[in-house]
Design a protein around this ligand. Structure first.
Ligand SMILES: NC(=O)c1ccc[n+]([C@@H]2O[C@H](COP(=O)([O-])OP(=O)(O)OC[C@H]3O[C@@H](n4cnc5c(N)ncnc54)[C@H](OP(=O)(O)O)[C@@H]3O)[C@@H](O)[C@H]2O)c1
Length: 253
């Protein structure tokens, strides 16, 4: 059957696969035919994702991606077991609401290590010669609408997410000759463990306000995973250096 969005024959790394959007992406990539490498910190929750997947050949790699010295070895193990890589969804990330007054240098360091340095360290390993599939690859970073617009208390999170948008454009220029595409997904609010306890989700009145800011209501994890499938598939072969905002209309006004 004609399906330009098929991921059959591709090996895709999904970080943050133990929870929320990353878990959904991993499951949906398997449904589209990919062999998926599930990456996250919690081996137990990665295994839960693994049991929801279809197809075979999937692999679990439990690693804290801020443990930068371990990333090279993990990528080498993945390649030796699964072969060259066709795509990466770097969903792993952290979030918090912090005012400028509350923020100190430790917060800055923690957020940039988790949300930015991990992306670069992983990408550098994946993009090494012989690690990338000869047909090329699609690398997708996870930003947020907070990388483009502001909300009180989101400056640090937004800075890290904005860095990914900026970095991906130059990486797209650097790697186009090797047929490696770099794009970013910027979700609006999707209910997952990252925000379940935040006041804007947990407090009914604040949640209502947040819902109203999203013209189409809050997102579901599949709203994001389907967009990721597009960016990973050959259907998006002419798209690189772009930021795809998937936000139910949050930034439309
Ligand atoms: N949900 C939203 O409304 C929303 C909106 C905009 C953008 N985003 C972005 O979407 C991405 C996924 O978010 P989510 O909502 O799915 O969050 P989530 O449910 O909290 O999942 C976060 C994932 O990141 C992994 N992770 C965090 N730090 C890590 C590290 N140092 N090393 C390895 N794995 C790490 C976690 O692994 P463990 O569970 O194993 O610790 C978990 O799998 C994030 O980048 C987030 O910023 C989310």
């Amino acid at each position: 059957m004609f399906n330009p969005f098929s991921l059959a024959g591709k090996t895709i790394l999904v970080t943050g696969a133990s929870s929320g959007i990353g878990r959904q992406c991993a499951i949906d990539c398997s449904r589209m035919g990919a062999r998926v490498v599930l990456i996250g910190r919690s081996e137990e929750r990665l295994a839960e994702t693994f049991h929801e997947m279809i197809g075979c050949g999937h692999m679990i790699t439990a690693i804290d991606l801020t443990d930068f010295d371990r990333i090279g070895g993990c990528v080498t193990d993945i390649i030796s077991q699964c072969g060259p890589i066709h795509g990466v969804l770097h969903c792993a990330g952290i979030s918090a609401i912090l005012s400028l007054k509350q923020m100190d240098i430790l917060h800055l360091d923690h957020f940039f290590r988790n949300n930015v340095y991990s992306a670069i360290e992983l990408t550098r390993e994946v993009c090494k010669v012989h690690h990338i599939a000869k047909e090329g690859a699609s690398i997708v970073f996870f930003s947020s609408v907070m990388g483009c617009v502001g909300e009180s208390g989101k400056s640090l999170y937004g800075m890290t997410k904005g860095a990914l948008i900026a970095g991906s454009r130059s990486l797209a220029c650097e790697y186009a000759k090797r047929k490696v595409r770099f794009n970013v997904i910027s979700p609006g609010a999707v209910e997952t463990p990252i925000n379940a306890r935040q006041p804007y989700m947990a407090d009914p009145e604040l949640r209502q306000l947040l819902e109203e800011k999203h013209l189409l209501g809050l997102g579901r994890t599949i709203d994001i995973s389907y967009a990721c499938i597009y960016l990973l598939s050959d259907a998006s072969r002419w798209i690189t250096g772009q930021n795809l905002i998937v936000d139910g209309g949050y930034t439309a006004r």
